[in-house]
Design a protein around this ligand. Structure first.
Ligand code: ADP
Length: 507
């Protein structure tokens, strides 16, 4: 692997990071990518909101920062389970958010999001400019999703700010607020225009990142193409097409030490691709949680993910009457939209012993499902990258997914003609890793589950497929080099954003 051009100081700015606070895949990336960068010799810090008392332990040092309107403080957290020091931004707006950064207990968004994440962006920009922490100025500020979108916008107002990179993990979340928040945050009214933050009469924080960052990335090559179209662009496709030269799709990796069936402390029976006995035992253990005995002829179809329309949870639920005419059991771990949670509870009552569900966030059970299921259902309508299918594959659980975004980039259909021929001839080029649905519809889901069940019935072929999925390289090795390239081009273009070569357009 080629050595990095030079060692860089990189500040990650994000709203989630495993194991401190996790809602979805973003948290895992914000832990694993810094780890990979540190291993390449870069100096990384992560700036995160301090959501509550659970984000402590290890050694903590308070750092005082001087902002234009007074002092604020960051707590520096160092712990053995963190890849680098983490800087926690302490603000009353975040302090009461407990374990959920985005929603109140009734499921609605926190009302002070604009102020909270606006100030968060401002602190990031202060660090980027070297004004608030004089002994540590980053070369690169790497922002993730809308919560951090104002950081690149604030950075444009600083004369000596670091270069900025903005990563789109999910374009569906834009952080839309009334334009009055600009004045409340002390941002100039000039940002309220279509080529900056303005979005259909509101301001959208994500546009700060999309318009002002020096480089943009998203989490798979396919999603990078998809978001240039009206179907997936969420009204931002015109802007993204305009910046397409600066947009790179880099496929997420996974932390293959944390997600390793041979050494995972969250499962009881270790296994690897040379001996799958432990996986059969995990299957028994998984079903036993619901008091159900495992049978060989019935496949276990798992689900680990948010219960949302994006993920196709409604499709899975609508398909149940048909699916349960097949030899299948479903294990569903997920929380999300209230009506989908209710539908899951109703399904568990209607099909006791066959539809097994837990509507909560449970990291240990997630590992248990990846280890114990035979297949993973992921009928997403869109999927920027998806980590669940990568974790499932690592544990020999074969994904049944839609051919969109990162799913299309990571799952190769076992019935694709070339593979079928290779398999029939016994050729080594058999590289299938799962089953792809052409569209996110109930009939496509049923048809694709049927194809998977046909393979499952032939255990010789099924085991070959399982070993293939387990052998897929999902490490960060390639991605980290791609990010280094993006960082270098951001440094070369520092401070230009959307309005490259047109100073009048600058804020
Ligand atoms: P997204 O980020 O869109 O939610 P990803 O597939 O990229 O989807 O990442 C989802 C991550 O969240 C995975 O690590 C998955 O294991 C985890 N996850 C989702 N729901 C749950 C849950 N209910 N309990 C535990 N982990 C979950």
């Amino acid at each position: 692997m080629q050595a990095p051009a030079r060692s860089l100081r990189v500040l990650f700015v994000a709203a989630e990071m495993t194991p401190l606070v996790k809602v979805g895949g973003l948290a895992d990336v914000v832990a694993a990518l810094p780890q990979a960068l540190v291993e390449r010799g870069h100096e990384v810090r992560v700036l995160l909101p301090a959501y509550g008392a659970h984000m402590t332990g290890g050694s903590t040092r308070l750092m005082s920062m001087t902002m234009s309107d007074g002092h604020t403080s960051l707590a520096e957290l160092r712990r053995p389970d963190l890849p680098c020091p983490v800087w926690l931004f302490e603000s009353p707006a975040f302090a009461g958010r407990g374990h959920h950064p985005y929603s109140r207990p009734d499921g609605t968004a926190w009302p002070d999001d604009a102020r909270a994440f606006g100030e968060f962006g401002r602190v990031a920009a202060g660090i980027a400019a070297g004004t608030v922490l004089p002994d540590w100025q980053p070369d690169i500020v790497h922002c993730h999703d809308w919560h951090t979108g104002l950081a690149p916008a604030w950075m444009r107002l600083e004369p000596n700010a670091a270069a900025s990179v903005f990563t789109i993990h999910n374009l569906a979340f834009t952080g839309r607020f009334h334009p009055r928040v600009l004045a409340e945050l002390g941002l100039p009214e000039s940002l309220n225009r279509p080529d900056m933050l303005e979005f259909h009469g509101d301001v959208a924080f994500i546009k700060g990142g999309l318009c002002c960052a020096d480089e943009l990335t998203t989490v798979s090559p396919r999603y990078a193409q998809e978001i240039l179209t009206p179907e997936f662009g969420n009204g931002l496709e015109g802007l993204l097409r305009h910046r397409r030269e600066r947009l790179t799709g880099i496929l997420n990796g996974i932390d293959s030490r944390l997600w390793n069936p041979a050494s995972d402390p969250l499962i009881e029976h270790a296994f690897d691709d040379t001996d799958l006995t432990g996986k059969s035992r995990e299957r028994v253990r998984l079903l036993r949680r619901w008091g159900v005995a495992a049978t060989e002829d019935e496949a276990v179809l798992g689900w680990v993910g948010r219960l949302t329309r994006q993920k196709g949870a409604d499709l899975l639920l609508d398909a149940l009457p048909e699916l349960f005419q097949r030899p299948l059991r479903l294990v569903v771990l997920g929380s999300g939209e209230p009506e989908l949670e209710q539908a899951v509870a109703a399904a568990a009552k209607r099909w006791p012993g066959r539809f097994l569900a837990h509507s909560r966030f449970d990291e240990a059970l997630a590992h248990g499902v990846y280890a114990g299921a035979d297949m993973l259902a992921m009928p997403s309508r869109f999927e920027p990258c998806g980590l669940s299918q990568l974790y499932a594959m690592r544990y020999g659980t074969v994904p049944v997914t839609t051919a969109v975004g990162g799913l299309a980039d990571t799952v190769f259909d076992a019935d694709a003609i070339a593979d079928a021929i290779a398999d029939a001839l016994g050729l080594a080029s058999f590289n299938a890793t799962g089953f792809l649905m052409a569209r996110a519809t109930v009939p496509d889901l049923i048809e694709t589950v049927d194809r998977a069940l046909t393979w499952y019935r032939d255990q010789r072929r099924w085991q070959a497929l399982m070993r293939n999925t387990m052998g897929r390289d999902s490490s960060w090795t390639t991605a980290v080099v791609a990010y280094e390239k993006v960082y270098e081009s951001a440094l070369a273009r520092r401070g230009r954003g959307l309005h490259d070569g047109n100073p009048e357009m600058n804020a």
